[in-house]
Design a protein around this ligand. Sequence first.
Ligand code: DMJ
Length: 933
Amino acid sequence: MSEAGGGRGFGSSVPQRAPWSLVAATAALCLVSATSVWTAGASPMSREEKQKLGNQVLEMFDHAYGNYMEHAYPADELMPLTCRGRVRGQEPSRGDVDDALGKFSLTLIDSLDTLVVLNKTKEFEDAVRKVLRDVNLDNDVVVSVFETNIRVLGGLLGGHSLAIMLKEKGEYMQWYNDELLQMAKQLGYKLLPAFNTTSGLPYPRINLKFGIRKPEARTGTETDTCTACAGTLILEFAALSRFTGATIFEEYARKALDFLWEKRQRSSNLVGVTINIHTGDWVRKDSGVGAGIDSYYEYLLKAYVLLGDDSFLERFNTHYDAIMRYISQPPLLLDVHIHKPMLNARTWMDALLAFFPGLQVLKGDIRPAIETHEMLYQVIKKHNFLPEAFTTDFRVHWAQHPLRPEFAESTYFLYKATGDPYYLEVGKTLIENLNKYARVPCGFAAMKDVRTGSHEDRMDSFFLAEMFKYLYLLFADKEDVIFDIEDYIFTTEAHLLPLWLSTTNQRISKKNTTSEYTELDDSNFDWTCPNTQILFPNDPLYAQSIREPLKNVVDKSCPRGIIRVEESFRSGAKPPLRARDFMATNPEHLEILKKMGVSLIHLKDGRVQLVQHAIQAASSIDAEDGLRFMQEMIELSSQQQKEQQLPPRAVQIVSHPFFGRVVLTAGPAQFGLDLSKHKETRGFVASSKPYNGCSELTNPEAVMGKIALIQRGQCMFAEKARNIQNAGAIGGIVIDDNEGSSSDTAPLFQMAGDGKDTDDITIPMLFLFSKEGSIILDAIREYEEVEVLLSDKAKDRDPEMENEEQPSSENDSQNQSAEQIASSSQEVDLVDQESPEESSLNSHPESLSPADTDNAASISPPEQNSNPTESHETTSLDGECTDLDNQLQEQSETEEDSNPNVSWGKKVQPIDSILADWNEDIEAFEMMEKDEL
Ligand code: DMJ
């Protein structure tokens, strides 16, 4: 084990670590020793392969950081699709997410210590000079206290920590005179007014220039904050106090922590997600380890490690015990209610909880860490990234993924703890997926929807602060990093703070707080390092043996409901009608629908709509069958849509002065040339006349050999395509006529055919929302000649783009002679799919009014029985899982006794409860977005 803070000094100002601090450091760092004892299990990775992957991480960092510096700096963030900086106030507001942006070159500050970890010392020196020269912390902007603390204050302190380390080494930063620390102190004082509450919990936001509550401040009326927001300050604030000797910061952060501890729910020892900063009442009483709470727990344990204060460990252990008792349901971590901790608060998990296995490693509790990590990895293997939220049966609940680093963080810590090369392979997959799906010519773009692969014009600063550090360190050997990483602790934003701070200025910092100092008994060290020391040397296959039973946990997850239906059939009961067997023309099926209280309405546009009135069902059993049929139909309809859903395409402007930097997310067409199978189409653009393209073009000479621009509306997409193709166009871009629409805010749109044979359309057609379309129209106005590339994926910008002025004739001929692609005639995008929120799944007719009992779904009736012979299968619809049965099951467990009206509905969840659940989910999402990025 390294000295781990035990006295490694930077000049005369660094005192020796006190004995109790050594214990803290041990908890954090003894895991490292396991790395060297690995002898079996997954095949080891060669040094060359590790170096190759490490170099790949460096190249990826250069791509992200280089593009930020070239195209966005001094803005806070890079917008990687439009290749420019995100300046708050100049872009449409994204709501609370924007509270991280303070016009203080956020990404540069957040990247500082990453540069040193990645051995880019020269670039670090330049970056520090830029921060000192350009960054203003006195802007009239309202920012999140939490985000500003972890990203900016943490970034400045991490930069300072490594600047003094480098200075001490004697080569770089010789000119450095604590300037970053002075900026950090200035920022610290700017955040202090936020703590002016009776509770000592900080306001969630502050105006950097005007503070709080003054009229000019435009903030200070908030009453609530999230637990993580108030409880994630101690590392940065204590470091600031100990570096500068100004004790006030550590005192304020401690008071906030003390208050949260006092307010914990005493019988469960859990905390809620949001709290009233004036009264201390819990506003949201659900409790998990993800969004809204996560880093509160992280900071309790790390505060113990960094500051050596036993009370933090004791608090952490008390909470940890409660987490393992109630929230941990291996491999899942599920939110519960703080007052009724045996009751799950939801049936989905959020992506932020992926940090927890890493924290468990720090705690020394390896088994559940391995289990949860394995479960998360399988979700990633299924969707390429961890969706923002996913259900207990591992379906996507919220499809975004803003390139979060938490899973990489846990992978790194698990590798350090186990030395199992399996975790190197996991890291390799993460790298491959980032390059394959998130990399764009101007950086890395967040995923808007992990299922379709569509992007968002967003690259958050934490991607540079955290992701590259953890991935690089995963593959690095000790000599690949120019300092000893074990002398530092990672903050929640992966900024590095030196462990020697534990003995610096520590006495003056503890006054005026209510922290109790008690002798810790041995139980506080259960599950910590000695435990891992025993495990790994004796059984190097330990981690593998824990993962093995979970190998297929995601694939195996199956809707219990479907099985139960089949079981009841096997036991002699008549099989209920299955959605996939249903034919709207079959009189027998119509009769069954009627019995189940489901009526069929033929809509004018050819669709049929199903509506269930459970009260009209022949019996309660039929009503229940009807409920299940409706649920299946909704699933089937969504499945049909998904199957026919094509991935997004790209329109890339390649002519001067864009040279491929501008990439617009485009919707595909279900007809015409399939860009995923053929070479991209490149050509100059020309507007068609008439602009809607609904009749023969009057300007064929203008569009001949070019990509025609057409406006959406007035006729079918296929008709537009035929008209421009007849005029000689080599491709078409349909621009939305709905002003202000954007791929940032609208779901992917795909153009359907006209219900007839569209094989005659051989040119590629793409759809742009109005915001993206106007980028091309503006470019034409300014530069007249605008050349674009239509493809299935943006191509990396290469110097050729800057040289080539004309489309290559090879491309042209390839496109002209392109094989005809059969298109689907189904009007997928014309089908209204009811979202679960809108579909009332009633199954308790006696207690509901008719209005409440409507359960509707609009579907395209299947043209034929898709596979009649499979109707008795015990599998779900094409592998899709449904939550219904979980709901039914949970309901029967929790409400059975309290609801005397439930006669046949033992397995059935009343409608108001289902709706309440859904509403709670939606609220939870909204809060989650609000509380924490
Ligand atoms: C980071 O800013 C921090 O890790 C924070 O604690 C949680 N969210 C982001 C990354 O997802």
